[in-house]
Design a binder for this molecule. Structure first.
Ligand SMILES: NC(=O)c1ccc[n+]([C@@H]2O[C@H](COP(=O)([O-])OP(=O)(O)OC[C@H]3O[C@@H](n4cnc5c(N)ncnc54)[C@H](O)[C@@H]3O)[C@@H](O)[C@H]2O)c1
Length: 314
């Protein structure tokens, strides 16, 4: 399988990630079928892609003709078997549950032609956790896109111990072809590269706070003004949802047993009291009804940054 061979793609799961991944591939000229068990999810994906790409046309990032031909190449279906019957590459983007993904990979192995590469977009599960659900472990790999996939350029390519060099070369070439930047991991590791670095920054920020070294707003300010980050780690946690990071850490701790992987006390207290970030109006910071950040007791008075503005920068 070479890059030229990947013409037909099936994306399984039409949620936040799958919808964008399907459109990225269709814009690059592939024939794509976006599959979901849930017809409403497929309808929602179509609507959100129509709106997103319409805005891209209005901003002159895409022509109306390119948009129309991409939609001509993109089919929506609740039927798995016909969608994957001629697929050269399947990208799985369903719910982050190992048993669901393993059952799906076993089905895909039965339904796909022998040459098909099976890729997972999982943020944390490694290829070796899925490969042995199939009879083609050499053609199982992770292609980890970032959210929102139509904008973010990075795709992490993660090979398991059984993934062949040929599979890796084919998907790296494919990632280039769809206009993304592949980041190739030489071996699998939970969390991969970008999220491990992000998590390390978050852990250090929380540790500086819990050790009384600096306040939340000052730690965020250091990251923005000294390191050039578009937003500080506490602001970013509030944006993505504190519960996400909390559950990722809990799962990591279950896997490793390493006390450093346990959710920190201050993070656990916030999540357990329902302070999940911007979506609940209160996380590390408090937000008013317009989404503007209000002062917390432990923030400095001169902090007037609004995270809603920064959210547009990333
Ligand atoms: N959300 C993110 O920021 C992000 C970023 C990178 C990677 N990921 C990974 O991408 C995957 C999907 O995440 P998401 O946020 O798009 O999830 P989501 O919940 O938005 O969408 C999942 C979709 O999969 C569908 N689905 C579930 N089981 C299915 C099955 N067996 N067959 C077909 N469809 C099925 C659901 O109906 C739903 O529409 C996860 O593995 C996640 O770890 C997420």
């Amino acid at each position: 399988m070479t890059m030229a061979d990947i013409q037909t793609v099936a994306v399984i799961g039409s949620g936040a990630m799958g919808a964008h991944i399907g459109m990225v591939c269709a814009l690059a000229g592939c024939r794509v079928t976006l599959v979901d068990l849930n017809a409403d999810a497929l309808g929602g994906a179509r609507t959100s892609l129509e709106q997103f790409t319409q805005r891209s046309v209005e901003k002159s990032k895409l022509t109306a003709r390119e948009r129309a031909s991409a939609f001509d190449r993109l089919a929506f279906s609740t039927e798995l078997a016909p969608a994957v019957a001629e697929a050269d590459l399947v990208i799985e983007a369903v719910i982050e549950k190992l048993d669901v993904k393993r059952a799906l990979f076993a089905d895909l192995d039965e339904l796909c032609p022998p040459h098909t590469i099976l890729a997972s977009n999982s943020s944390s599960l490694m290829p070796s956790q899925l490969a042995d659900a199939t009879a083609r472990p050499d053609r199982v790999v992770n292609l980890h896109f970032f959210n929102p996939a139509l904008i973010m350029r990075c795709v992490e390519v993660v090979r398991g111990p059984a993934t062949s060099d040929q599979t890796q070369a084919a998907v790296v070439a494919f990632v280039h072809r769809i206009g993304k930047e592949p980041v190739v991991l030489k071996k699998e590791i939970p969390g991969f590269v970008a999220n491990r670095i992000l998590n390390a920054v978050r852990d250090e920020a929380i540790s500086l706070l819990e050790d009384g070294v600096a306040d939340i707003a000052d730690i965020d300010r250091a990251c923005r003004t000294a390191l050039g980050y578009p937003m500080g780690p506490f602001e970013l946690m509030d944006l993505t949802g504190l519960d996400i990071g909390y559950y990722v850490k809990r799962e990591r701790f279950e896997l490793t047993g390493d006390p450093r992987d346990q959710p920190q006390r201050s993070l656990a207290e916030l999540v357990e009291s329902g302070r999940l970030g911007r979506k609940t109006g209160h996380g590390w910071y408090r937000y008013d009804e317009h989404g503007s950040k209000e002062e917390l007791d432990n923030t400095t008075e001169h902090d007037t940054v609004k995270t809603d503005n920064m959210a547009e920068e990333i």
